[in-house]
Design a protein around this ligand. Structure first.
Ligand SMILES: Nc1ncnc2c1ncn2[C@@H]1O[C@H](COP(=O)(O)OP(=O)(O)OP(=O)(O)O)[C@@H](O)[C@H]1O
Length: 624
């Protein structure tokens, strides 16, 4: 960091870190829409600073000006084109200023740059809100910014940070007698509207209504409060409208989609608990937006003690957003020991049950909405089931799968109710996607009998099956299981056992170690071949996962079953006695095997099939 002394003014000049310079350059030169969000960013910083000093006062006796009102004050001087945003928060020392306002402490600015590199920004407010370039956004609207601050530490002195948002900033000693920070913004000429009081007031109401500390708009001695301030979660649910919940959600999460569902808990027994929890409607909020970080805001008696508490909900519910507040949490707990509090565990149990109930109700009452939810968040539940067997009883009733029963999703208990007489197991097929699963040759036999088959298609489904193993005493069984008995009756139009044996031998000779065996099938009806896996091959689903994850993968050796009634199989048998057709025979067999692998999601490189298709087309179009 380059430091230059200006002896006369005792003013030191510093260079911004390279990444910050880049961020500033983009903010100043490229982003013009929604510039007003800088107000929200600065108020949010002020609110954080107030939260932090409030917390310090609970745990540390030595705080400067303990009697100061915790508040934010806005002032505007239209003629001078200046606005001032002041807070009585934690303040900053000289070192804090260098660290916080000159270097990229957070990964936010880096992620911001990366995302800008990937896409064309159209909505700066979304980008900035998401990536936390926070403070620097002020330079979209400012010619110059002066930050004057006095830290809460009793022996600290006041400092001023000044910058025009180009490559450098300066630091100098300042006069300030009260704890806190004032950000003075000299607006660009084309941004003078923000120095209009009504405009500033409107921006605050729109974006910062739920800040927990009063935000005053001041003019001389006159002051008025702009924000609503009553903690929404402290109200009775019947007093709050859905619109207020949605506004609260938007302002606290920066997600511009409406939440899918809102849960408001207000109770004083067995513990005092006030919480507003949201199920987001989307996992990712559009291309430019990140998945919200996991964790709930945790308040004790209206004091924010943890920005993101991850202990309150099990991992599979980590997408839930919201606020939890309780009078029963000890106030002087440190952030580290809050986890071990018994009250916290009690609260965690209550909210986990409430959220689980909410999701169950959604599933029962609104299948369509639930299907959307499940598409977004189903993988979280499946992962929970796999990684934490203790959650099985919570997750099992929510599990939904596609099935051959129809287009919609089904739950396991419904499947069991629909099981046919004589059907002992729950059948499933796994493929790369639902459509491929529906076309699986394994289904021939099951469709004919009216046995329903679950269609699994997500990477994690293989793990889900090995975790579940059974449901209501019924085994989960893959339709590719080589031990499924099938029909012993000789079906009309079948090749003779001898011919089938001959054909099998030739195919085995040709495919060699790629397959373990060739045999006639008792299950195939309209498809020519299938690849069956031995029942005791427990690793078989892992092969598919290795391929999907791009890990080292070798094609597993399966049993190739032939449909003795299928025209292709008959034709191949007829080619056995024609030596000059050996080439065609070979291509056809390789191709049958290759497409069978493809359907199973086991082909290492599907494009290899193209040359075989061409060879077959050439043969089929040849003039006889
Ligand atoms: N009013 C303030 N009082 C005290 N410290 C502040 C204030 N404003 C900013 N800071 C300090 O400067 C840091 C950088 O602020 P910036 O807005 O860039 O990032 P952030 O607040 O950490 O993240 P976000 O972008 O999500 O707001 C803050 O983390 C804080 O330490």
């Amino acid at each position: 960091m380059a430091e230059q002394h200006d002896v006369a003014n005792e003013r030191e000049q510093f260079q911004f870190q390279a990444e910050i310079q880049q961020v500033l350059h983009i903010l100043i030169h490229s982003l013009y829409t929604h510039r007003e969000i800088f107000v929200r960013e600065l108020i949010s910083n002020a609110s954080d600073a107030l939260n932090r000093v409030q917390f310090e006062m609970l745990t540390n006796q030595d705080v400067r000006d303990p009697e100061l009102e915790l508040a934010i004050t806005l002032e505007a001087d239209k003629d001078a084109r200046i606005i001032r945003i002041s807070d009585t928060g934690i303040g900053m020392t000289r070192d804090d200023m260098i660290k916080n306002l000159g270097t990229v402490a957070q990964s936010g600015a880096k992620a911001f740059l990366q995302k800008l590199g990937e896409a064309n920004p159209t909505n700066s407010s979304e980008i900035i809100g998401q990536f936390g370039v926070g403070f620097y956004s002020v330079f979209m609207a400012a010619d110059e910014v002066r930050v004057t601050s006095l830290s809460y530490q009793p022996d600290a002195t006041a400092w001023r940070w000044t910058s025009c948002g180009e490559a450098t900033y300066t630091l100098e000693a300042a006069e300030r007698s009260e704890r806190g920070t004032t950000i003075e913004i000299v607006l660009k000429e084309d941004a003078e509207e923000y120095a209009e009081r009504w405009k500033l007031d409107q921006i605050v109401r729109q974006h910062s209504n739920f800040v927990a500390f009063p935000i005053y708009s001041a003019e001389g001695d006159e002051k008025k409060v702009l924000n609503q301030r009553t903690a929404l979660w402290r109200k009775q649910p019947r007093e709050v409208t859905q619109e207020e919940y949605n506004d609260f959600y938007r302002q606290t999460t920066m997600d511009f989609n409406e939440p899918l569902s809102t849960v408001h808990i207000s109770t004083d027994a067995p513990v005092d608990l006030h919480a507003i929890l949201f199920l987001p409607s989307k996992r990712e909020q559009g291309m430019m937006r990140q998945i919200p970080d996991p964790g709930l805001k945790l308040y004790s008696r209206k004091v924010l003690i943890q920005e993101r508490n991850e202990e309150l909900l099990p991992k599979h519910l980590r997408f839930v957003q919201g606020v939890v507040d309780s009078e029963d949490l000890p106030l002087n707990v440190s952030r580290e020991t809050v986890q071990s509090s018994g009250t916290l565990r009690q609260i965690a149990k209550i909210i986990t049950n409430k959220i689980t109930k909410e999701i169950e109700t959604l599933a029962e009452n609104d299948a369509e909405k639930f299907a959307d939810f499940w598409r977004e968040f189903g993988p979280y539940f499946k992962e929970g089931l796999v990684t934490d067997p203790g959650t099985r009883s919570q997750i099992e009733p929510l599990l939904r799968f596609h099935s051959t029963n129809g287009e919609g999703l089904t739950k396991l208990s419904e499947y069991v109710e629909r099981m046919k007489e004589g059907q002992e197991d729950i059948y499933y097929v796994i493929a790369d996607n639902v459509e491929t699963a529906r076309r699986s040759p394994h289904l021939d036999y099951f469709n004919e009998r009216g046995y329903e088959v679950l269609l699994m298609h997500e990477t994690i489904d293989s793990f889900v099956i090995s975790s579940l193993r059974d449901f209501q005493g019924k085994k989960l069984r893959s339709v590719d299981d080589a031990d499924i008995a099938g029909d012993d009756v000789e079906l009309e139009g079948s090749l003779s056992a001898a011919t089938l044996g001959q054909l099998g031998d030739r195919i085995k000779e040709l495919l060699g170690e790629q397959i373990s065996e060739v045999r006639g099938s008792k299950l195939l009806r309209s498809n020519p071949v299938r690849l069956a896996a031995p029942s005791d091959d427990f690793g078989r689903d892992m092969d598919r996962i290795r391929r999907m994850m791009g890990q080292e993968y070798s094609v597993p050796s399966r049993i190739l079953e032939l449909n003795p009634r299928h025209a292709i199989v008959h034709n191949l048998a007829a080619l056995l006695d024609e030596p000059d057709q050996a080439e065609l025979f070979n291509v056809a067999v390789q191709q049958l095997y290759g497409t069978a692998l493809l359907g199973e999601g086991l082909h290492p490189n599907p494009s290899e099939l193209i040359s075989g298709v061409h060879a077959l087309i050439a043969a089929a179009t040849k003039k006889q």
